[in-house]
Design a binder for this molecule. Structure first.
Ligand SMILES: Cc1cc2nc3c(=O)[nH]c(=O)nc-3n(C[C@H](O)[C@H](O)[C@H](O)COP(=O)(O)OP(=O)(O)OC[C@H]3O[C@@H](n4cnc5c(N)ncnc54)[C@H](O)[C@@H]3O)c2cc1C
Length: 357
């Protein structure tokens, strides 16, 4: 490659939240940083589009709520955005009724038609009859859709690992800090990369042949198997398909996310994006809304990868790619695609803050 700016000493390949965090740290440490992003814009799967007709911020790759109890990650992102104080609640539809997740007093009392006190929840849920009924209603069908397996193959033991709240707290996350960037996720990425030492090039895909072109390190957050031409085979993923629709009503479901727990309903969730910004009163008041149905999907190479399929075969395959990567001492691989693991945004930021630069 001879069109590389000779003053760039390091390359960040992939401008998701992991890559942008690294790029910012490197620039602040005095490095000239080239950022290559193969898509048309930075942000990775956190990228949003603002619908010009309604002003609604549409999360292009599924709902993204920033939530964390990691003070370092929280303080870092807050240098680049304010958060609107949104607190995530998730509802679940089953049998024509709507329940509050997670599994707690509100859900249990409504589902069984009882009025338990907090001190009675543990004993009630330790009764096999009750835990099985909850598993069948809320977890069996949903999990089978998510992973493309028949409902009868879903292990009822998972209900034992689901935390039960003995209170009426319907906040979906246990994390102390959460919210949505007040002026949107894209603005957050714009500010992360807004540094005189950072040059962003979109539509530019890094390949392993580019590795020798930079005197310093290369920080890569694309898929680790793609980097080595899938030479040992493709790491398996679960994919998703989103069907987004603009509706001529002000409010479709009264909340941002409703889970559809029955196996017969082909989608797992409906997202309604305007509810992520309740502070935008004019957007909320408009007689239009945007919803998105989320369908789990089989994955094949070339499809968008969403959830890694962690099993023995994929662990062995991953190890082979890691051995390959280790042959390049100036290559640092991170992020959800590079590490082949599910990261929440705060975990991706936290991991990027810990990388030695
Ligand atoms: C359905 C869904 C919902 C989620 N909801 C939440 C949520 O509510 N809250 C939360 O905290 N997290 C959520 N997450 C997780 C969140 O999406 C990830 O934490 C985040 O995307 C990780 O960022 P990343 O930088 O590691 O990867 P990515 O966002 O995937 O960024 C990687 C970037 O690298 C680019 N790239 C790939 N290959 C190359 C190459 N060869 N050269 C150049 N560029 C390349 C890609 O185009 C991409 O822009 C969700 C994930 C899913 C699947």
């Amino acid at each position: 490659m001879n069109d590389i700016n000779q003053t760039d000493d390091v390359l960040v390949a992939g401008a998701g939240i992991w890559g942008c965090t690294i790029a910012r740290r490197l620039a602040e440490a005095g490095h000239r940083v080239a950022v290559w992003e193969k898509r048309g814009a930075p942000g990775g799967n956190v990228r949003c589009e603002t619908d010009s007709e309604t002003g609604i911020e549409v999360h292009a790759y599924g709902s993204h709520i920033f939530h964390t109890h990691d003070r370092e990650a929280w303080n870092f992102v807050r240098r680049f955005t304010e958060f609107n104080g949104y607190q995530h609640k998730v509802l679940a539809r089953h049998g024509g009724k709507t329940y509050h997740l997670p599994l707690g007093l509100a859900m249990i009392n409504k589902f069984f038609g009882v009025e338990l006190e907090p001190g009675e929840v543990a004993a009630f849920m330790s009764d096999e009859k009750h835990s099985s009924a909850i598993f069948d209603a809320f977890f069996r069908g949903y999990t089978s859709k998510q992973w493309g397996r028949p409902p009868e193959d879903i292990d009822p033991a998972i209900i034992k690992r689901v935390p039960v709240r003995s209170n009426y707290d319907t906040n979906y996350f246990n994390d102390y800090w959460q919210g949505i960037p007040s002026d949107g996720y894209n603005a957050l990425f714009g500010r992360l990369l807004d540094h005189p030492y950072i040059t962003l090039e979109t539509g530019r895909e890094f390949s392993i042949d580019d590795i020798g072109s930079f005197p310093g390190k290369v920080y890569y957050s694309g898929p680790i198997d793609a980097l080595f031409g899938y030479r040992f085979g493709a790491l398996p993923w679960r994919s998703l398909r989103f069907e987004t629709e603009r509706l001529d009503i002000a409010d479709f479901q009264g909340t941002s996310v409703v889970n559809y727990t029955e196996a017969e309903v082909p989608y797992t969730r409906i997202h309604e994006f305007k509810h992520y910004h309740p502070e935008l009163k004019d957007v909320m008041a408009r007689p239009k809304t945007i919803i998105c149905r989320e369908y789990p999907a089989e994955w094949k190479p070339g499809d968008e990868p969403y959830y890694p399929v962690n099993n023995r075969e994929s662990a062995e395959l991953l190890e082979k790619y890691r051995e390959e990567a280790a042959k390049h001492p100036n290559l640092i691989i991170g992020g959800r695609l590079g590490q082949y693991r599910y990261y929440d945004m705060d975990q991706a930021v936290s991991a990027a803050l810990k990388v030695e630069i």
